[in-house]
Design a protein around this ligand. Sequence first.
Ligand SMILES: *Cc1c(COP(=O)(O)O)cnc(C)c1O
Length: 383
Amino acid sequence: MKKFIPFFKPNIEKEEIEEVIDTLNSGWLTTGEKTKTFENHFNTFLENKNNCIAVSSATAGLHLAVVSLGIGLGDEVIVPNHTFTSSAEIVRYTGAEVKLVDVCEDNLNIDPKLIESSINEKTKAIIVVHFGGLACQMDEINKIAKKNNLFVIEDAAHALPTTYKKTIIGNLDTHATIFSFYANKTITTGEGGMVVTKNKSLAKRMKVLRIHGIDSDVFDRYITEKPKWFYQVVDAGFKYNLSDIASSIGIHQMKKVHTFQKRRQEIAEFYLKELSDLNVNLPQKAGNGDIHSWHLFILRLNNKDEAVRNKFIEDMFKLNIGCSVHYIPLNQHLYWKNRYNLNSTQFPVSDKIYKQIVSLPIYYDLTDNEVEYISNSIKKLLS
Ligand SMILES: *Cc1c(COP(=O)(O)O)cnc(C)c1O
């Protein structure tokens, strides 16, 4: 292939571009009507069962969720070891500590069997990550959480659209779910996120904290004659609102959530079929008619030595194919290793798997030719 195939490319069409131009011409660039429309579209997608709060990133949304649930100094939160640092860092913002837990070898989702032994009197919440777009074992996790009186927060940065036992992620019985619209996620606003909760008072608190702790209801309640300049700060909030420029992109990306997923599903099925004879581990499919978002397609080579995987990625690059690794486990990062004195015997699954994983290109704009070329290149390199 003459042209380089990037690991990811967002699909941005005329509609997104025209909406952004319309916003730029409107004179209103920050959070306003377009963001409200985006939130409404998102809520429609979730069958109008939720409160949807647009934020500047999923990281901001995750932080709003833990703060608004009252998590802070002296508390502990359970987080999977095999994730992006964002899932865990937001716990540290509050002063609370992170308890990392190993994942299942089959799908890299948090291992429910390891959660219970990580719970102590300080534990307040479990953050789960629907890794790569395949839902975690939520019945088991919710049961453990209920029994131990813990909050459950879903990091759904990979999970749009994903279902668990036919329920769309965002509508499960948990405290908050957070989606990401970062540039390489399943839909994008460049940077952005959405916090979703069924709990009205939690939603209210997150809305206030999203914008400097300014409470517009206090304004409505106490001021009958409403001067436009008046507002009240009721908390030390954050600057986590999403601009109407970003929301303009989101409004049109939302319409394509399922179209994008269908294409990724097609590509995933092609890879699964074409690579099935190789000496590799292929990713798990969703069972029982559920939707896997296929945000990531992770191939596992059968090596024990990391150098083999690294060379594979270099060889793919030489063939003009961009690959990636999701993720370097948290216990292998200096900050987390030093903070909690972690060693590589504590997370046998993520440490073993880290040496073998390669993420392949999987996105709407990949052509059939490119997908075939990628799969043929892998066959050539591995046989
Ligand atoms: C991308 C990602 C995030 C952070 O998303 P942002 O919108 O960039 O803040 C959090 N968790 C996981 C698992 C991610 O992949």
